[in-house]
Every structure is written in structure tokens, then in C-alpha cells.
Design a protein around this ligand. Sequence first.
Ligand code: S3P
Length: 432
Amino acid sequence: MPFNKYSKINGNYFPPGDKSISHRILILAGQAIGKSEILNLLEGEDVINTLKAMSLLGVKFKKKGEKYFVFGLPPGSLFEPKNTIDVGNSGTGIRLLLGLISSNNIKVSLIGDKSLNKRPMKRVTEHLSKIGATFKMRKDTYPPISIKGVGNAVPLRFDISIPSAQIKSAIMLSALNTNGTVKIKEFKSTRDHTENMLKSMGYNIKVKENSTHRFIEMKNNKELKKIKYTVPGDPSSAAFLITAACLKPGSKLIVKNILYNRTRIGFLKTLKKMGGNIKVTKKRKVKNELIANIRVEQKDFLKSINLSSNEIPLQIDEIPILSIAASYAEGLTIFKGLKELTVKESNRLLLIHKNLKKIGVKSEIKKYDLYIYGDQNLKKGAAIINHENDHRILMAFYIANLICKKNNIIKDKSCVKTSYPKFFQDISRLSN
Ligand code: S3P
């Protein structure tokens, strides 16, 4: 049966490996002496580009069956690559690699695709310049980038004013080869996988939090230990199917082995507040990350919601799919403070607004706040979706077929491979 307004979501589901964790385990295992092993690595294009980048920097990888083996190099000993590193579509890839390279005495050129070439990098390089690294960028902020790292990085205290795990993690990776103590102050709403992984690898890192901020201290007086790591399921990918199940009363979805880190599950809280019938079972901690199973058994339609700007970083990647939920929920939904959404793989704020209009949903943008006027009527649909090859916009508006009278038209679906290559396979298996 085609995926449309009659479909419900049913079955058992293992989401693909988490993208943020996949990038980080390739990089950090690449800085540990010995043979690390990774299972359930996300084989999306973004992550594979990070793997290729690490290979060009001298780390050896081998794949046997489902398992990746990593033969790392200690911090400070990366090779100067002969060729330019192409990170494709990945903002996480380029920003984390800039951090890692900045404290190695090598020169590297990095390029990306059309979308990445429009994304600001100064937010990372302004910090990394302070340790002594130098950068050349288009208009002083956009890729392509050439970087000259330093072997004697200065240990500093950083205060990060944008809530961004990519900025924080770039600085943390630069600290791996910085003598002395590096101190970071940042918003506690950003994802903390780099911290958790470093702890699991025996690194000297201290993390404290108050009600709003996180304080990190890193000393590079202990080596990174090799690790055996199974990447948990990606909540940001699972969000498409979980939201789809919440949208359609009568759905029953069981999600297994999903990452349940506080900084990543804001969307689950939001869906619950909207009336999503979501139960969490089998919570367990593995390698400092919380993992769980989730059961969605939807009986009623969803209600509208208001999200304040400080709740947004906890669900920044899920706003596109939550916008679809809001469209089919009775009443006015307001998402406040979406500035960061304008500098993702596309200007997501604008694309959500434009595509909602196309499918027949009224929305407004007021400064950086998004207003969505939802109801439980099916939308007209039959729209040509403008996704600008942004994977999450495409997947969100594909799920929108569930709430439209006529299916929408999506040309060129290939960008799902950046984060969720099996998206359409999972949808066909779980929808009926
Ligand atoms: C990510 C951090 C977030 C997120 C991105 C992945 C990461 O970006 O949107 O998809 O893995 O660190 P920001 O750090 O720019 O908020």
C-alpha cells in the first residue's frame, strides 16, 4: 500500500546508528592507540566522509562484516594529507575536524557541497584562532577552508555564547593536544556525547553543570584508551517514525535500542505534552550514554503546544517533523527562538514555512518564532516540496503525506543518504 492518509505505523523498529555519536567515535577512536571496535556505525554519507577524512589524516580503518576496526594515532601526530578533504554536506564533520586539526602542526584544505559552502564557520574558527591556528575562508566564514594548525596550542578558558555542541566539541578536540588545562563554559542544553565518550575512554575530563550552564575542564595528562563501542539508535532519525505513529491513532510502534540522552529527547517530551502516548522501558546506561526502548500506542489526536526558546536546543533537529505534528494538532502552536534553524543544511525555518503553505497549512514567521495554525482536517497536499536537498526537510514532508488528502511530490529523494539511508525501507516495512 502506498504511504498516505490511510497509513498507520506498526511494528518493531531499530533506528539507525546515531549520527552525532558515529562522527565522534570515528574521531576519538582515531586518537587512541590500539585497535578499537565499532558496531552499528551509521553508514550515512556524512559519517563516511568523516571516516575518509580521518583516513587521509593517517588513521587506519578496516571493516569486517558489521564491525569497523580503528587503528588510531595519538593526539598531535596526524599526517598532513596530500589531498583536499571533502566533507560533503556535514556541518558536524567539518567543525569537529577543524577542532581536531587546529592543534596539529599540519596544513589542511577542506571543502564541502553547495549547502555546506553557505554555512558559517567563524563561530568555530574565532575560538580556534586563539590557540594559534590560522584559517583562510571565503568571506572570512564560509568553506572552502584552509587551516594551519599548531603543535604548541595555548591552553585557554573558553566562554561559548551560542548553544552549539559543534562549537564545544571542536574546542574539546583541539584540547586533546594542548598542554595544560583547557576550560570551557557553555549552555547545558547542547548534546554532551564528546564528554561522555572521553570519560569512557579514560580521559582526564571533569564536567559540572548548574541550572543553565555546563563547565568542562580537560587535562591531556592521560592517554585515550582504545574502546569497543556499539552506537545506539539515533533519536533524531527515529523522530520521523515516532512522530508519524503519534499522528495516527491506531498506530503501535516499538522502538528498540534508542539513545535516551537528556539533550536529545526534547521532542519526546514535546510529543507527550501534545498527547502522544509514549512509554519508555528498559532504560540502561552503556558507556556513559542512556539507552532505552520506547512504545508508542496512539489512541487520540494531538493537541497544539508552545515551546520557549530555551527548550529549542534540546530538539533543534526535530523542529521540521514537529512542525508536521503541529499542523495536524488542534490549535495554535508556537516554536520560539528558531534562529539556529536558519543556519542548518538549509534555512529550515523558511523552508518549513514555505512547504507548510504549499501543502495547505497556515503558518507565520515573526522574527525567529514560528506560528503554526493546526487542525485535525486533512490538508490538500499534492504540492511539489521544495527541500533544497536538506534531508530532514525532505523526510518531514514525506511524513506529511499521512495528513494530506493527496500525496505530495518529492523530486530527487537521494539526500536521505546523508543521515538515514534506509528511511524509505523502514517506512515501507512499518506502515500499513
Ligand atoms: C550536532 C549538533 C547540532 C545538530 C547537528 C549535530 C552534533 O548542531 O544540529 O545535527 O553532532 O554536534 P549545533 O551544534 O550547530 O547546534
